[in-house]
Design a protein around this ligand. Sequence first.
Ligand code: NAG
Ligand code: NAG
Ligand code: NAG
Length: 472
Amino acid sequence: MKFLPPSPRTFTFRSSNLLLISTCTCVLIYVVVSLILVFTSDFYYKSLSSPVLAPTVIEHIAYGIASSQNSWPKQKDFVKLWWNPRKMRGCVFLDGLTADYSGDSSSLPPLCMSQDTSRFRYSNRKGHRSAIRVARIVSEAVNLSLPGVRWFVFGDDETVFFPENLVKTLSKYDHQLWYYIGTNSENYEQNRIFSFDMAFWGAGFAISSPLAKVLAKVLDSCLERYPHLFGSDGRIHSCLAELGVGLTREPGFHQMDIRGNAFGLLAAHPLSPLVSLHHSGHTNPLFPNMTAIKSLQRLFEAVDVDSERILQHTICYDRWFSWTISVSWGYAVEVFDYHIYLPDALQAQETFEPWKKGGVLAGAHTFNTRPVVADPCKRSTIFFFDGVSSGKNGIIKTKYRRFLHDNCTYDPKASAKKLEEIVVITKKLDLNIKQLQSPRRHCCDMLPPSADQKLEVSIRECTGEELVYMHA
Ligand SMILES: *[C@@H]1O[C@H](CO)[C@@H](O)[C@H](O)[C@H]1NC(C)=O
Ligand SMILES: *[C@@H]1O[C@H](CO)[C@@H](O)[C@H](O)[C@H]1NC(C)=O
Ligand SMILES: *[C@@H]1O[C@H](CO)[C@@H](O)[C@H](O)[C@H]1NC(C)=O
C-alpha cells in the first residue's frame, strides 16, 4: 500500500504545479528581459532625466536687468510691456533707491540693489565706471540662487524682450552645455571698436546656467584685469573669452544701433523669431502719430495673438498689376508699383541714419541695404498694422491701414496708391525645433479683391518645390 501509483488526482496536482512553476519562470524571464531592455533603452534614459529633457519654458529663465535710480522711473514702462510677474523671475538692478516704486511692484520685476564696486579700478576715459556694477549683475543674479534656472538672460531697461520667442530660440540649445548667445551691433564701426564677437548688452544676451555659475565664480578676477575697457558687455565678453567660450549669434536679438526711422530694418527681419528690440527711445516711434510706448503696445497686440510671426517677412507678387508686396507681419505692409526681384526685396531699405556721425565707416552697416527711392512719388505705399482678430477656426486676420498720404498723381486703376487697407490672413505660427533649425520663408497668395481700395493676401507654408517670383 505504501507504494501506490500516484493517483490521477495527485498527477493532476503535480502537472498543474509544474504548469504554475513554468509560468512563473516565464513571467520572471519576461520581467527580467523587459527590465533590461527598458533600463538600457532611450525610454528609461528619458524617463529618469525627464525634468532635464522637458521643453524649456518661460519659467526656466532668470533675468538680470541693468538700470539705475535715475533711469528706472523713465524706463520702467518699457519693461512693463513684456514682463509677466506670474511667470518670470529675476531682478532689476539699481545703484540706489530714491523714489518709492512699490505701487508698480505687481507688474514689474523685483528691485535688487547692486553691491558696492568701488574697490575695482576703472580707467577708460570715455566710459563710466558703472560698467563694472552692471557687469557684476551677472554674478549677483546667479547668486540669487533661484531654483531650476536653465538660462540667465541679461539686458537693460530699454531692452524690450519678446519672451515666448526668447524661449523658442533658446530651446534650440542644450542648456546643460556652455552657451553665450546674443548678437553684435548693426553698425560696423561699433563692432570694429568693441568686437564683432561680443554680445552687446542692450540687445540682451543669454548664458546657460552651468556657464553662468562658473562665470559668477571667476568674474571678479576678470574685472581686475580689464579696467581699461569701456562697457559692461566688454567685461563679460573678455571673461568668457578667458574661459574659452565664444559668442553664438542669434539674429532675433537687436541692439538697434541706428537712429531715426527704423522702418527699413524692421520691415526686413531675418528668418528667425524676433527676440529683442533695443534703443526704442533713440529711433522714431514704430508707428506714425504715436509715442514709443504706445507704438510698442500696438505691436504687442499682434505679439499676444501670434508671437512667433511678429515681423516675419513674406513677399507676395501680384502679376495682374505687377506689384511687389512686402509683409512684415504685425507691423507693416509695403506695396511697390513695380517688380522687385526677391533677393532685393528681402534687403533692408536704408530709411535710418547711422548711430554716430563721422567718417565713411560710421554709416557702414553689417547687413545689405538698398537706398530709399529719391523721388517721393515713386516710393512704395506703406500700410501700418491697425488691428488683429482671430477666429475659432485658427485663422488670424491682421489689418494694415494707410496713414501717410502724399499729393502725387497716380494711375487710379494700376497704382497701389489707390489702396487704403491690406488684410493678411495667416494661421498661428508654432515652429518645432527642426523648423527653427532649418527655417523656410512662407509663401503668399493674392485673394480675389472684395473692394477696390482693399487688398487681401493669405500667407501659408510653401509646397515642396515652390518658388517665389513674379509669374509672367
Ligand atoms: C556669491 O556668493 C558667494 C558665496 O556666498 C560669495 O563668496 C560671493 O562673493 C558672491 N558673489 C557676488 C557677486 O555676490
Ligand atoms: C494723428 O493724431 C491726431 C490726434 O490724435 C488725429 O487727429 C489724426 O487723425 C491722426 N492722424 C492719423 C493719420 O491717424
Ligand atoms: C498735400 O497738399 C496739402 C494742400 O496743398 C498740404 O497741406 C499737405 O501738406 C501736402 N501733403 C504732403 C505730404 O505734401
